[in-house]
Design a protein around this ligand. Structure first.
Ligand SMILES: Cc1ncc(COP(=O)(O)O)c(C=O)c1O
Length: 424
């Protein structure tokens, strides 16, 4: 009898362990099946990487009030606001922001200076070991010529995480934001005021220790450069063809895919060239087991009907291998507030995607990112087959991606106040 009771107790403990292990999935399935859209959003999936941003630093930081400005003596002729000329990353503005750091002295005063090339020691750690992280944000001009930054605090937060991951010096993100806004004011004539145009902001930190060897750098340089940019595509939106890469991965569990570090990008150049040679625009990154991650330098969204016929907007969950995109986060919040369909962050496998397309359940697919805003997808290539994805040729997008593109553009360039906009 005693043995039987012990065996029963043992079984109970074991089953509880299994339940505990799968509790999250079990509750998720149960809740998803049985609750209304808004309740699901509220209860379970309202996680945001960018909620309660802590931009402070435990170490002494530079301060925006100490910033000095040296104006250029040679103003550069501005390019015309033509999308074919004002392409991404082609032109720099008149000034840049520079702040140096050494282990002994800490951060220097922030300086706005005329745009110039650096002189850099050939042993500098950033040149050899990619000890470098960066950000990509945008500023816009509203209809009344005010300068508007979009969620720049989120970029500051993400940059602090990237810097920490590379043992680069920490800083106060709110202070860097103020310095960047100071730079935008100095170069405000460079921010185009045409619809679809903006000013791309590229903050960067490089390790500048003048010695070879893989270790934390004792010197660093933080700099911020600006470039005026036209719409990524003159038509606003343009669907792309993506290739599901089954042989090369962008990022692996335990790696640094979740950080915006330079070393993530160099190895993607060759696979990009290869897929472009076979008629695709971008790679769809996934793990060898088919776990879908991102598309090129964009986060991914699938708008489909699930097997029960309910509409769901699904995006791969942040598992450390995916960059926590700021546009991704914005789209999740906008669509959750629409309360028209379920919005879910979860593991997505390529097999589910192919099944949804083949069964006619895929409504639309798109990518998101600061540079493109929204990137509709018209076809995916997987295992020697092309799967066409629906979109409206008149809109150059699906209905939802078109609506979201308009919503986000209105927030960025419109005149209305919005919590994501800081008027400089
Ligand atoms: C790898 C990668 N994924 C996604 C994104 C989109 O992020 P965000 O929406 O913050 O621009 C970017 C662009 O920064 C990226 O480099």
């Amino acid at each position: 009898m005693k043995i039987l009771i012990a065996q029963l107790l043992n079984q109970l403990v074991l089953s509880q362990c299994v339940i505990a292990q799968y509790r999250y999935q079990i509750i998720q399935i149960f809740i998803l099946r049985s609750m209304s859209v808004s309740k699901v959003q509220k209860l379970f999936f309202r996680f945001s990487y960018y909620k309660n941003l802590d931009l402070t630093s435990p170490y002494p930081s530079f301060q925006a009030r100490d910033m000095t400005t040296t104006h250029t003596m040679h103003y550069i002729t501005k390019p015309p606001c033509d999308p074919k000329i004002m392409t991404f990353g082609a032109f720099h503005t008149d000034h840049m922001l520079e702040i140096d750091w050494t282990e002994k002295m800490g951060w220097s005063r922030p300086q706005i200076i005329p745009f110039k090339s650096f002189s850099i020691h050939p042993f500098a750690a950033c040149l050899h070991y990619a000890i470098e992280c960066f950000e990509g944000a945008k500023a816009y001009k509203g209809p009344n010529k005010t300068i508007r930054t979009f969620r720049l605090d989120c970029n500051m937060y993400r940059m602090k995480q990237s810097a920490k991951r590379l043992s680069l010096p920490d800083f106060d993100g709110a202070e860097l934001q103020k310095c960047i806004e100071g730079l935008l004011k100095v170069d405000q004539d460079w921010i185009p005021d045409r619809p679809g145009f903006s000013c791309y902001i590229r903050p960067t930190i490089i390790a500048t220790e003048e010695a070879l060897g893989v270790r934390a750098s004792s010197r660093a340089k933080l700099f911020v450069v600006l470039c005026p940019v036209g719409p990524y595509f003159p038509s606003g939106l343009k669907p792309v063809r993506v290739f599901c890469n089954t042989t090369t991965i962008r990022s692996a569990p335990g790696g640094v895919g979740g950080y915006k570090v330079a070393g993530n990008y160099a190895p993607t150049v060759m696979p990009l060239k290869e897929v472009q040679q076979i008629g695709f625009h971008q790679n769809l990154w996934m793990l060898p087991d088919g776990l879908v991650q991102e598309m090129g330098v964009c986060n991914l969204f699938f708008f489909w009907k699930n097997k029960q016929g309910e509409r769901e907007l699904v995006t791969p969950q942040l598992d450390g291998t995916i960059l926590p995109g700021i546009v991704r986060d914005s789209l999740l919040e906008l669509t959750r507030d629409m309360k028209q369909f379920k919005v879910i962050e979860k593991k997505v496998y390529i097999q589910e995607v192919i099944e949804a397309i083949s069964e006619g359940r895929m409504i639309e697919m798109f990518g998101s990112g600061t540079a493109v805003s929204i990137q509709p997808i018209e076809a995916i290539g997987y295992n020697d087959k092309i799967y066409e994805v629906k979109y409206d040729p008149k809109l150059n997008a699906g209905e939802l991606s078109h609506q979201l593109f308009d919503m986000i553009t209105e927030i960025q360039t419109g005149n209305k106040p919005h919590k994501w906009i800081n008027v400089v």
